[in-house]
Design a protein around this ligand. Structure first.
Ligand SMILES: Cc1cc2nc3c(=O)[nH]c(=O)nc-3n(C[C@H](O)[C@H](O)[C@H](O)COP(=O)(O)O)c2cc1C
Length: 181
């Protein structure tokens, strides 16, 4: 059996797809910057890529309001089951209204992160990354409450709302981000 990668298992009457990687990059992204970084990280770490998808999309103002109140949204699928067997998680979010995002809040509400090492990264429009320390502190507290350990954090400059940061803008920062697999 391979140590990592996807493999197929044939049983009497079913075909089971399994991902043997013990790492996952899990993220929410509205305009693609956090998503682009997640794809690069997943490739580098040979990690499973898990997107948090809200059941309903909210408009700009409502999104900002919900984020500022640290609210959550319903998520499609079962991202909690997808990262149950992982030992290392990289969790990515944009900053919204000086906070994290409702999708990431929803994930953390039900996540069991016991014995998991978690790396956090953020994107925000403000090039001075003014909100990032506070948001990272908040997310760190939530990870720890869920039993996990935060092993590293990274704040990145994204794009203005509605725009997507080009990969060249953050690629080298991601490549030099130390993540112990
Ligand atoms: C609803 C909303 C609120 C935002 N609030 C902030 C903010 O408070 N500070 C900031 O620097 N950027 C803010 N942004 C900009 C995003 O953080 C930025 O566009 C980021 O690159 C988005 O990542 P994404 O492309 O993965 O969605 C906001 C964007 C949206 C949609």
């Amino acid at each position: 059996m391979p140590e990592k990668g996807i493999y197929l298992k044939f049983t009497e009457n079913s075909l089971i797809f399994r991902d043997m990687s013990n790492k996952a990059v899990i993220y929410f992204s509205r305009n693609g910057s956090t998503k682009g970084a997640a794809a690069l990280l997943a490739r580098r770490l040979e990690a499973e890529l898990i997107e948090l998808t809200p059941e309903r999309k909210t408009g700009f103002l409502r999104s900002g309001y919900m984020a500022s109140r640290k609210k959550r949204v319903g998520l499609e699928g079962d991202p909690w089951a997808q990262c149950r067997d992982k030992e290392l998680l990289v969790l990515g979010s944009p900053v919204w209204a000086g906070n994290g995002t409702p999708a990431v809040n929803a994930f953390l509400d039900k996540a069991d992160l016991k014995d998991k090492r978690v790396y956090l990264y953020l994107f925000q429009a403000d090039p001075k990354l003014g909100s990032a320390p506070g948001v990272l502190e908040y997310l760190k507290g939530r990870v720890e409450n869920a039993g996990g350990t935060v092993a590293g954090t990274l704040a990145l400059h994204g794009a203005s709302p509605g725009k997507t940061a080009p990969e060249e803008q953050y690629r080298s920062q991601l490549e030099s981000w130390e993540i112990e697999g």
